[in-house]
Write a protein that binds this ligand. Structure first.
Ligand code: NAP
Ligand code: ZN
Length: 347
């Protein structure tokens, strides 16, 4: 066991504070990672405030982890000391069920996917995430960060990157396709960059025009404010695909009206309250409303290689650990440009 400095929420809705946690001894198939950077995902805030239901405290959030391997177990074959690596939202699964074998470990039906934090590991101990200086992870849940990507801008790819890459690929974003991204936050700005790199014509649908200049620089071709009712008239029937990254309940019926016949709206946002929908907005025009949750390990590596190949990292605001609570407030007020990343040396 190793004692490690971390930032934790001691209880639901309580501010995060410095603490120490124990990491398990490095096992046969484990790697020890010196965490350098950890992104702040809105999911961290939902969970630290118990917005998704009962959670485990103390909670060390963080599932956008980038660091350097500092020790490997005797059975490790893929990684060596000094490798640049990442860990995302999961640290274990059964490895044997149909979903694990087909690269969809996040939907493990055997033991269930073990979350990087706010979960219980196979050893019966709670898992603790990336707002800490070291983590021990089975090598099957570790990915390689390509040399072309700096670790700080790579960290957010481990959740925001894969969560947008996976549905954009699955639903065919590419040349000749009109894709809209709702919400220009952590996920949304990655969605814009990736959809643009895939060759799609990209539109941002943001609450206001405040971030228009940024959105166009990130690769969007068009930018609209959803607070303006004219947006919904002007864009009716426009898109092949809409990706919603919004953390709050939305009027999905209104957005389905922006799809072409046969188009799809894929939601990755995880609001704390349910939404209601008049099903005529799906029936009229053979439309699809779908969901998507992160991505599997192999696809996460594919996404990192894709991003490195296209020179894509996250736009980040690097903060010290003492600024985490303030960063949470700024994320909650949609004042993030476009991902807060913790320099874990400051813990
Ligand atoms: P974020 O950085 O806070 O971005 C969310 C964006 O949504 C905001 O920047 C804002 O964009 C827009 N928004 C916020 N409140 C809104 C409202 N009331 N009405 C309309 N738009 C609003 O959050 P994030 O880290 O990208 O995460 C977004 C959501 O995805 C969270 O719920 C998170 O838990 C979830 N998530 C899901 C997965 C998955 O696997 N499915 C993975 C990671 C995160 P504008 O200012 O541009 O309007
Ligand atoms: Zn996340």
């Amino acid at each position: 066991m190793t004692t490690v400095a971390a930032y934790a929420a001691p209880a639901a809705k309580a501010p995060l504070e410095r603490t120490t946690i124990e990491r398990r001894a490095v096992g046969e198939h484990d790697v020890l990672i010196d965490i350098k950077f950890a992104g702040i995902c809105h999911s961290d805030i939902h969970q630290a405030r118990e917005g998704w239901g009962e959670a485990i405290f103390p909670m060390v959030p963080g599932h956008e982890i980038a660091g350097i391997v500092s020790e490997v177990g005797p059975g490790v074959t893929e990684f060596a000391v000094g490798d640049r690596v990442g860990v995302g939202c999961m640290v274990d699964s059964c490895g044997e069920c149909e979903n694990c074998r087909s690269g969809r470990e996040q939907f493990c039906t055997g033991s269930g996917m073990v979350g990087t934090y706010n979960a219980v590991g196979k050893d019966g101990e709670p898992t603790y995430g990336g707002y800490s200086q070291k983590i021990v992870v089975d090598e099957r849940y570790v990915v390689r960060i390509p040399d072309g990507l700096s670790l700080d801008v790579a960290a957010p790819l481990l959740c925001a990157g894969i969560t947008t890459y996976s549905p954009l690929k699955h639903w065919g974003a590419g040349p000749g396709k009109k894709v809209a991204v709702i919400g220009l936050g952590g996920l949304g700005h990655m969605g814009v960059k990736i959809a643009h790199a895939l060759g799609a014509e990209v539109t941002v649908l943001s609450q206001s025009l405040r971030k228009k200049e940024d959105g166009l620089k990130l690769g969007a071709d068009h930018y609209y404010a959803t607070s303006d009712p004219k947006t919904f008239e002007e864009l009716a029937g426009t898109f092949d695909l809409i990706l919603s990254t919004v953390s709050a309940p939305l009027d999905f019926g209104a957005y389905l009206g922006l799809l072409k016949t046969g188009g799809a709206l894929v939601n990755v946002g995880a609001p704390e309250e349910p939404v209601s929908l008049n099903l005529f907005s799906l029936i009229g025009g053979n439309k699809t409303l779908a969901g998507s949750m992160i991505g599997g390990i192999a696809e996460t590596q594919e996404m990192l290689d894709f991003c490195a190949g296209h020179g894509i990292g996250a736009e980040i605001e690097l903060i010290g650990a003492a600024e985490i609570n303030e960063a949470y407030e700024r994320v909650l007020s949609s004042d993030v440009r476009y991902r807060f990343v913790i320099d874990t040396a400051t813990i």
